[in-house]
Design a protein around this ligand. Structure first.
Ligand SMILES: Cc1cc2nc3c(=O)[nH]c(=O)nc-3n(C[C@H](O)[C@H](O)[C@H](O)COP(=O)(O)O)c2cc1C
Length: 174
């Protein structure tokens, strides 16, 4: 089978990770693949915040858990050591689509490079808070960026079985 199609079929959302931290080089390769995604009018509205700093990773996890209404101590990032936050420039009409496609590329690239990943939601709510805005400002991110998703990364401790594809989702008109 074609390698890209095989990766699309074999990639799974990983929710259990080992403590091993992927190298910066590997993280960069994943992000690079993300940044090659198509974007509306080629405007490349998304950016990726690669969080390998443990304190910031834990802070984002706590913010995300609060938004989710989860009990104190819940880690919505499932112990993954690296979090890639995709944000996109709100002034571009296609920014959410652009950011979502980057997320797809990140997850596929991670799979291809032997890493586990999972889309974790609530990035918009997280980065629309004053705390989220301040985090971006402190990192030197200027402009009106909307959080699209977190792509958590690490080495998989467990990979789930896929669910069968729901029937009836191809509608031909021929
Ligand atoms: C928009 C979006 C938001 C998601 N948010 C979460 C999330 O917050 N937490 C989580 O564990 N998984 C999340 N997922 C992962 C899905 O639950 C997962 O893709 C789905 O169960 C299918 O599994 P698979 O990715 O292994 O095929 C999200 C996926 C998408 C596309």
């Amino acid at each position: 089978m074609n390698e890209v199609i095989e990766a699309m079929r074999k990639r799974r959302s990983v929710r259990a990770y080992t403590e091993e931290v992927p190298s910066d080089e590997l993280v960069e390769r994943v992000v690079d693949a993300g940044l090659w995604a198509a974007s509306g009018r080629g405007r490349q509205s998304p950016i990726v915040l690669a969080v390998t700093d443990r304190a910031l990773r834990d802070r984002l996890s706590a913010m995300n858990a609060r938004i989710m209404g989860a009990p104190e101590g819940t880690d919505p990032f499932y112990g993954a050591p690296v979090v890639l936050v995709v944000l996109a420039d709100r002034s571009v009409p296609t920014h959410v689509y652009d950011g979502s496609l980057v997320m797809g590329n990140l997850m596929l690239a991670a799979h291809e490079l032997g890493l586990g990943s999972c889309w974790i939601h609530r990035a918009r709510e997280e980065f629309d808070t004053p705390e989220g805005r301040q985090i971006l400002a402190d990192l030197g991110v200027e402009g009106d960026y909307e959080g699209v998703g977190h792509c958590i990364l690490g080495y998989a401790a467990e990979v789930p079985e896929p669910k069968p594809r729901r029937e009836g989702r191809l509608v031909w008109a021929r």
